[in-house]
Design a protein around this ligand. Structure first.
Ligand code: DGL
Length: 275
């Protein structure tokens, strides 16, 4: 049997990462948990996010037998990667920040990048640090209105387009004031890939849009297919096995989740993490 890859998010937005993972590892087994009862993480403190994320990671490893973890949530990756690693020792844990920064490195010519994310991710400056480590300058901006707009299904709505325009105008003005010459925009939140077509129609031509979900899935596929890392061949089952769990309404998860996953999420199981 192929190993189980545990995927964790604060809600169903992380299904964009799962979707990208399935495309690259179609024969793997996935256990996904969305901590929907405690969403959003993006407005919470490091301490709270770390506690919540550690509980989800322990659920995936101890109850679902996950042998690898992918932290799909940008906010948890930015603020709780260390806490997760402590909570599940000996389990390889991959977050989305470094893959996102690496993808930006591959895309940028000027070395200046823009990052949009939740408030907590921006406050942590995790993207700035990851970009700096790769020789880039990053300017980050919190876009807190985008998550609720995506959850409302307004992914091509004129209101959402206007909100994006305002955020990007502010970000570009700040970049100019700081003397930056950005050519790359990193979507540093699970929900933003659903806004990519709209975003692409708004950003000036010449700005490359980087999806941290795609970047993380790419890094995961490399890691999991690497002979040194993988205890068993993933080519063991004929189809992808996906088992989803949520900490709040499974009906809502099933309804909204398919938009993020790009296919029906199947039966979602309700779990109580006891937090
Ligand atoms: N999953 C979060 C992220 O990628 C967005 C939703 C939330 O704030 O919990 O940052």
């Amino acid at each position: 049997m192929p190993p189980t890859i545990g995927v964790f998010d604060s809600g169903f937005g992380g299904l964009t990462v799962l979707r990208a993972l399935i495309q690259r590892l179609p024969r793997a087994r996935f256990a996904f948990i969305g901590d929907t009862a405690r969403l959003p993480y993006g407005s919470k403190s490091r301490r709270t996010i770390a506690r919540y994320a550690a509980e989800s990671a322990q659920f995936l490893v101890r109850k679902q037998g996950a042998e690898f973890l992918v932290i799909a949530c940008n906010t948890a990756s930015a603020l709780a990667l260390d806490a997760i690693q402590v909570a599940v020792p000996d389990i390889p844990v991959l977050g989305v920040i470094e893959p996102g920064a690496s993808a930006a490195r591959a895309a940028t010519r000027t070395g200046d990048v823009l990052v949009i994310a939740t408030d907590a991710t921006v406050q942590s400056h995790a993207y700035s640090a990851a970009c700096r480590a790769l020789g880039m300058r990053a300017l980050e901006k919190a876009c807190p209105l985008l998550v609720p707009l995506v959850e409302e299904g307004w992914t091509s709505h004129p209101v959402t387009a206007e909100v994006i325009r305002i955020y990007l105008d502010e970000l570009n003005a700040e970049a100019k004031a700081q003397g930056l010459n950005p050519d790359t925009l990193v979507l540093g939140c699970t929900h933003y890939p659903l806004l990519r077509p709209l975003m692409q129609s708004i950003v000036p031509p010449g700005i490359r849009v980087i999806d941290s979900a795609e970047a993380a899935a790419e890094a995961a596929a490399l890691l999991f297919n690497g002979p040194a890392q993988l205890p068993q061949d993933l080519a063991g089952t004929p189809e992808t096995t996906v088992h989803c769990f949520a900490t709040d309404s499974v009906e809502k998860f099933e309804r909204l989740g398919s938009r993020f996953l790009g296919r029906p999420v199947g039966n979602v199981e309700l779990v109580d993490l006891g937090g």
